[in-house]
Design a protein around this ligand. Sequence first.
Ligand SMILES: Cc1cc2nc3c(=O)[nH]c(=O)nc-3n(C[C@H](O)[C@H](O)[C@H](O)COP(=O)(O)O)c2cc1C
Length: 143
Amino acid sequence: MSKAAVIFWSQTGNTEQMANAIADGIREGGMEVDVLNVADTTPADAVKYAKIALGCPAMGAEVLEETEFDPFFTELESKISGLKVALFGSYGWGDGQWMRDWVQRTNDANAVIYTDEGLIINETPDDDGIAKCKEFGKGFAAF
Ligand SMILES: Cc1cc2nc3c(=O)[nH]c(=O)nc-3n(C[C@H](O)[C@H](O)[C@H](O)COP(=O)(O)O)c2cc1C
């Protein structure tokens, strides 16, 4: 499949807004994209895409959301060697530790990480944040 997927988990919609803006950027970059809530896909289906952008906010104490998203990603870890992956998410009061840990896990899984770091935005993305997401998506389409 030469399509990209943007797969996200979001409780209050901030990471979902990022997901939609990243998908807009991917389309601007000339690639088809499916935007999927993590509840509506599986790791086996996710790895059929040419590249995947994964979104999850900082939850718990600087971790991925533990009920749906972390189990999804844990299963995905054994399947993403060589796959192009972008990571993104919204956060609140922390300093991005959840994303640094997530990048580490993704590198350890031998995925090919876009920009070597994730895109993080504090709480609800403003206009500048949405623009950053679009750029991130556009770049990911070309990656
Ligand atoms: C239960 C819970 C735990 C959270 N834990 C963290 C955290 O450890 N670090 C942090 O920076 N923000 C934390 N936050 C803030 C969220 O990451 C932030 O509000 C984010 O924008 C939520 O994204 P969403 O709208 O996509 O659900 C937490 C929020 C909730 C509700």
